[in-house]
Design a protein around this ligand. Structure first.
Ligand code: FAD
Length: 448
């Protein structure tokens, strides 16, 4: 009897322990389910990327990938019945929705006496494994990181040498690839491997030094591939040595693992502040807040680095990490809009949109999360710009109206004489950072 290999966020053949186990047992039905509950909120960029990954995976499986559309609670058991499967295997999902879904699928499969076996996960160290001396999850990154390294991870498993796939099982018609405005990366496992190779060969050496500068192509841009499992973090970690760049890179990969752990412990935090007192924080809503939110989302706040970042989000479905922090801080502390609204907007556009990293990236900046920047640490959009985009090249790329300004004026175009500014159609700052900073601190005093 065949084994159903249920692919979810592990769209690869190499180092896929669940797939390796299924292949070892004999005939395999490789299955992916497009779940409307996840498909709808994913946004066009992630849908486009996912469909590309499925095409690539299917090609790697000689066209044998079966894709079905519907609720996995019905679709997975029905596919298992169709081939009289002996088991369904998959990598464990630790997100709030995924865990619930898997329990329901498991219950239905149980009725057919078919086990759902969870083998591996999307993380080097399975979320929930790293605990402190009192068996509790860590709330601070650095001790988590040390303990996480001590737990360690197994070597990557080989890609199955041969895979005997069940034949004659029909796929549902796939949704059309959405029209996307953004310039997105090439999907799939082979593209992920090439990107990793290039990064390790040419960029990791100076990663520690340059990773904060958005004008440099200094980071790996592996996030969309990690999101869909075209690449497993183990495949990265086992190739990293001990140079400074490699050490820094390893700890960044660990942030992703930390946030998955935090979300497992506190699934309620996708919607509300991790820190209870911060739930009472006064935030703005209503027409003025809506207008300011729209200006932020469209990249016309009048603060060049903020606008460049928000336009990169629309243009590439990806934003440099430093700039994610700056734009998030601006929304929360200069515009006083609730962080969850910004997080939702990010999830609609990011090609790497990941519930755990996004939620807790936002909560970190908002000062509401675990191990967060204290609320009173407020990013200054102009000094961040001068420090991390000193020549203004990142701004020039995304805000071409300002491209003619020199490296001094470009960070604060309102200081440029009118004749220098010419007729460039660029807005005045929609708020005064210094004043809004005071307002943010006053609101913080109310809940502290
Ligand atoms: P690199 O610098 O090359 O890092 C390598 C990998 O490490 C990344 O691909 C990522 O998997 C992981 N990583 C690096 N930094 C972080 C971090 N701070 N938190 C968690 N993982 C990290 N990352 C996402 O993958 N999805 C998101 O939805 C997401 N939303 C974010 C929202 C905000 C407000 C902030 C501040 C950060 C968010 N991040 C998110 C984290 C980080 O910005 C991205 O992972 C990173 O920019 C991806 O680019 P890269 O692959 O070139 O990163």
């Amino acid at each position: 009897r065949p084994t159903v290999m249920w692919f979810r966020r592990d769209l690869r053949l190499a180092d896929n322990p669940a797939l390796a186990e299924a292949a070892r047992r004999g005939q395999v039905l490789p299955l992916f389910v497009i779940d409307p509950a996840l498909w709808e909120p994913a946004g066009a960029n992630r849908r486009w990327f996912l469909l590309g990954c499925l095409d690539a995976l299917s090609a790697d499986l000689d066209g044998r990938l079966v894709v079905r559309v519907g609720d996995p609670v019905e679709v997975v058991p029905s596919a298992a019945r169709e081939v009289d499967a002996s088991a369904v295997v998959c990598a464990a999902d630790h997100g709030p929705y995924g865990r619930r879904r898997d329990e329901e699928v498991e219950r239905v499969l149980d009725g057919d006496e078919v086990p759902l076996e969870r083998i591996g996960s999307a993380y080097a160290v399975e979320p929930g494994t790293v605990v402190n001396r009192t068996d509790a999850p860590y709330k601070v990154f650095t001790p988590f990181y040390r303990a996480w390294r001590d737990v360690g991870w197994p070597d990557p498993v080989q890609r199955p040498r041969s895979l005997e796939a069940v034949t004659g099982i029909a796929s549902d018609p796939l949704p059309d690839r959405p029209d996307v405005a953004a310039d997105l990366p090439e999907p799939g496992e082979a593209a992920a491997r090439r990107r990793l190779d290039t990064f390790l060969r040419h960029r990791v050496e100076r990663y520690g030094e340059l990773r904060d500068e958005p004008a440099q192509d200094a980071t790996s841009r592996l996030s969309p591939y990690l999101k869909w499992g075209c690449l497993h973090p183990r495949q990265i970690l086992h190739r990293l040595g001990r140079t400074e760049g490699e050490e820094t890179f390893r700890s960044e990969v660990a942030w992703r693992e930390f946030y998955a752990d935090v979300l497992l412990d506190r699934p309620d935090t996708t919607r509300r502040a991790y820190q209870e007192k911060m739930r009472r924080m006064r935030v703005d809503a209503g027409r003025r807040a809506d207008e300011r939110f729209a200006a932020w989302a469209e990249g016309r706040t009048g603060y060049p680095l903020v606008d460049a970042g928000m336009r990169q989000l629309l243009g590439e479905g990806w934003v440099h990490n430093r700039v994610r922090m700056v734009v998030a801080s601006f929304l929360v502390k200069d515009l006083h809009v609730d962080w969850s609204r910004g997080a939702h907007h990010f999830m609609q556009h990011l090609v790497d949109g990941d519930l755990a990293s996004n939620t807790h990236g936002w909560q970190w900046v908002a000062g509401t999360g675990t191990d967060a920047a204290p609320f009173f640490r407020i990013f200054n959009p102009v000094s961040q710009s001068k420090k991390f985009d000193p020549d203004g090249d990142y701004i020039r790329r995304w805000v071409p109206e300002l491209a003619h300004l020199d490296r001094r004026r470009i960070h604060e175009p309102w200081t440029a004489p009118a004749d220098l500014f010419g007729d460039a159609d660029y807005p005045e700052p929609i708020v005064d950072h210094a004043a809004e900073r005071e307002e943010a601190l006053a609101r913080y005093d109310e809940v502290r």
